[in-house]
Ligand binder design. Structure first.
Ligand code: NDP
Length: 298
């Protein structure tokens, strides 16, 4: 058996086409969705992510503003910029690219973003809404993974994950926890694994859906995968130059390919869907602003 490769670029193109139509419809009603991207410092990976996000906005007709701040920007200065973006009616979404330099407290930055503009889904209000199953912004990467499950027909059109076991490896606020919550809302039985988990391979082998969000190159190998499982690889890891310097996921793709039913490649898998869901969240924020609502509808 060879797994079906889930093409994140192709799915992203399809979803972005739909989003571009929604942007056009909003423009006809006098609102151009706007996203502010804030980058502090000159981390090379962050610069690439931010550039890609801004370029994706332009292609979808979303207005974007980039705030590129020096690495020695103080927390107070950053909070001041966020406050002014909160009050800017042309901006519907605010994304601060993390990590920020160590002298800035990430949690205070997240808390400063108005929940109605929290398109990264990191604010406590967004996380709480996800936990309760009420409308709110969902972190883009897990939302993109759910789109992938929808695309392969595992959810949507009356189908859900009841009876399926989902294992999420990683428990970050950005990926692991919201991913687990979305899978739970889709009626999967969910296990979250982390660095304190005993017998991680044993847990993974019971997964019908295995999501790897660990940040360790090629961590998931074939012996950790149930035959026919859906394997969603969130990881983005750059190999050292001595090993070719290329980008790889948390899944050993070539090893797992013959074992899984579906698998996402890196690059070209979850990554393009993450940016796509950022666009989607920005459009939802713009639509909610038009409706005078603080909570974006799904
Ligand atoms: P974090 O570092 O915040 O979290 C990693 C998680 O993996 C932690 O919960 C940690 O456990 C767990 N972990 C680490 N080592 C092990 C181990 N040996 N066994 C079991 N669990 C382990 O990372 P993120 O969630 O932010 O990101 C994960 C990966 O996804 C990274 O490679 C990142 O670059 C990538 N990423 C990709 C995106 C995309 O668009 N494709 C978007 C966001 C992230 P513990 O909590 O116990 O420390």
């Amino acid at each position: 058996m060879t797994a079906v490769r889930i093409d994140g670029n192709a799915l992203a193109a399809k979803v972005r086409h739909r989003i571009a139509g929604e942007v056009e419809a909003l423009r006809m009603r006098g609102v151009t969705p706007g996203l502010a991207v804030v980058l502090v410092g000159d981390d090379p990976a962050s610069q690439v992510y931010v550039r890609n996000k801004v370029a994706a906005c332009a292609k979808a007709g979303i207005h974007s503003v980039m705030h590129k701040l020096p690495g020695d920007t103080s927390e107070a200065e950053l909070l001041h910029i966020i406050a002014s973006l909160n009050g800017d009616d042309t901006i519907h979404g605010i994304l601060v690219q993390f990590p920020v330099p160590a002298h800035i407290a990430q949690e205070r930055v997240i808390a400063a973003i108005a929940p109605r503009k929290d398109v990264d889904g990191l604010h406590a209000e967004s996380a709480g809404a996800l936990m309760l199953g009420t409308p709110g912004f969902v972190s883009c990467t897990p939302a993109g993974c759910m789109e992938m499950l929808r695309d392969i027909g595992w959810i949507g059109h009356g189908v859900d994950l009841r009876g399926k076991h989902a294992v999420v490896v990683g428990r970050s606020n950005l990926v692991g926890k919201p991913m687990a919550m979305l899978l739970l809302h889709a009626n999967a039985t969910v296990t979250i694994c982390h660095s304190g988990t005993r017998d991680l391979p044993g847990h993974c082998r019971t997964a019908d859906i295995l999501v790897a969000a660990v940040g360790r190159a090629r961590f998931i190998t074939a012996d950790m995968v149930k035959p026919g499982a859906v394997v969603l690889d969130v990881g983005i890891n750059r190999l050292p130059e001595s090993e070719g310097g290329k980008l790889v996921g948390d899944v050993d793709y070539d090893d797992v390919l013959p074992m899984a039913g579906y698998i996402t490649p890196v690059p070209g898998g979850v990554g393009p869907m993450t940016i796509t869901m950022l666009l989607d969240n920005t459009v939802r924020a713009a639509r909610a602003s038009l409706a005078g609502s603080s909570a974006p509808k799904p």
